[in-house]
Design a protein around this ligand. Structure first.
Ligand code: ADP
Length: 289
């Protein structure tokens, strides 16, 4: 199963062009879609999930034409939206069972064993009788994955799943996602570079509706190796450095800015060469001038 997106365009009625000629080929495994807020990630995810229309272009999931054969996509799709709402006064096992009925799993014993295995898999078995309103952010997200897995999907879309999770919850959630990847197309949409670095063998960077990079994260890093230069500067120097050098990131460390510059050579001989990482790739694509 492969997902192929070809020349996809979308302009909202307020004139915002959220997707500009987006073309991507996504294979089985974990695919990271990385971009800042407002880049167009959710617009793309919602279009693939058949929740909104594109203006032009096409999307194929194997033999299925996603933009016209919506019912066929929905049968094989697991979608975890950015804000996954739950019914607060129902416990996990009851809601999952109910959702399985809605998905057409009518055989009671089959449903019972499916619900049990999903709760085990998402590490929610101990909490299965708790009301969802009492779940932590991470537990809600894992419940979201459990419901997304009911129909044994071939395509799983998770939109910004780790925003708001504490580090331990985030780890547990990412481990869960990585177990799903092998026989399924899993698209992880995120603005968190670390999520992609840890999990995805393939990725794209988008900004302002356009694909700026697609490929393997390691190759992306190799492409800028030897070209990232670091310097600690004074706060008041930042404006000048930005004006005169290709500053791709600045971060306050112990009160003073540390800048990264993308350049073939040591910009003015005073910078230190550092090993590039995926964050430099990302900021290089987004902020390079
Ligand atoms: P991301 O998920 O990367 O944050 P979105 O796809 O949500 O990006 O948004 C892309 C752009 O489209 C943004 O400028 C956003 O304000 C705009 N946008 C998103 N949804 C709508 C909508 N329903 N109507 C109008 N503009 C929208």
């Amino acid at each position: 199963m492969q997902l192929t997106i070809t020349n996809l365009n979308k302009t909202y009625s307020n004139g915002v062009q959220a997707l500009k000629d987006v073309s991507l080929t996504i294979n089985q495994g974990m695919f990271g879609l990385l971009g800042p807020n407002g880049a167009g990630k959710s617009s793309l995810m919602r279009t693939i999930a058949t929740l909104q229309e594109a203006d032009s272009g096409s999307i194929a999931l194997g033999d299925i034409d996603v933009l016209t054969q919506k019912e066929d996509v929905r049968k094989t799709l697991g979608y975890l939206p950015q804000e996954f709402g739950v019914y607060p006064k129902i416990d996990a096992v009851t809601l999952l069972n109910h959702l399985a009925v809605l998905k057409g799993i009518t055989n009671a014993s089959e449903r019972k064993s499916l619900v049990e295995s999903l709760l085990q898999k998402t590490n929610l078995w101990e909490s299965r009788k708790k009301n969802l309103g009492g779940f932590s952010g991470g537990m809600k997200q894992r419940f979201g994955i459990a419901q997304a897995l009911i129909a044994s999907p071939k395509l799983i879309i998770v939109d910004e799943p780790t925003a708001g999770l504490d580090p331990a919850e985030r780890n547990r959630f990412l481990n869960l996602l990585s177990e799903l990847g092998e026989n399924t197309v899993v698209i992880l949409s995120t603005h968190i570079v670390e999520d992609v670095k840890e999990l995805c063998s393939d990725m794209a960077i988008i900004n302002k509706g356009q694909v700026l990079y697609k490929g393997n994260p390691f190759e992306a890093i190799d492409g800028i190796q030897g070209k990232i230069w670091r310097k600690r500067i004074k706060k008041e120097e930042l404006v000048d450095y930005r004006a005169n050098h290709n500053v791709i990131s600045d971060r306050l460390i112990a009160g003073s800015p540390v800048i990264h510059v993308l350049s073939e050579n040591n910009p003015d001989g005073t910078f230190e060469a550092i090993t590039a990482d995926l964050e430099d790739v990302y900021f290089g694509k987004i902020f390079s001038n």
